[in-house]
Design a protein around this ligand. Structure first.
Ligand code: SF4
Length: 131
């Protein structure tokens, strides 16, 4: 199971992960002796009003801290790899909701295959469970 999966979230939702986990962190700081839970709630009938969540405990916080460190470090280094994922319909699985799908290179999968061997992406690959 990848680290992001252990957070109960999907890869590609890093910004939401930070926001929602940040709320859990604030609650844990305000109530240090209380059990704190963080939940993502799908508020549509199409998604069945599902709730995905977890208890904000020490192991989760460690995974969260490592993920956040990897993300921030890569932002500081200017590492923003275009990672399309597997082919899906007429595009790629990670590109379905991306605003850049129409302007990203058509050979993006080949570019990713070449770039993913660069050592600078080691932390990112570990984060997404691709190591
Ligand atoms: S369209 Fe390009 S930038 Fe957007 S998710 Fe796909 S590879 Fe990444």
């Amino acid at each position: 199971m990848s680290r992001m999966s252990r957070l109960g979230l999907i890869a590609g939702s890093a910004a939401l992960t930070i926001l929602y986990s940040g709320g859990g962190l604030a609650a844990a700081a305000a109530h240090p002796n209380a059990e704190v839970q963080a939940w993502y709630w799908f508020v549509t009938e199409r998604e069945g009003y599902r709730r995905i969540g977890y208890t904000v405990d020490a192991p989760r916080l460690e995974v969260f801290s490592e993920a956040l460190d990897t993300i921030v470090t890569n932002i500081e280094r200017g590492v923003f790899p275009a990672h399309p994922g597997k082919p899906s319909n007429d595009s790629y699985e990670n590109c379905r909701f991306c605003s850049f799908d129409r302007c990203c290179p058509a050979d993006r999968s080949a570019v990713w295959a070449r770039k993913k061997t660069d050592p600078v992406l080691a932390g990112y690959l570990t984060l997404i469970g691709d190591r």
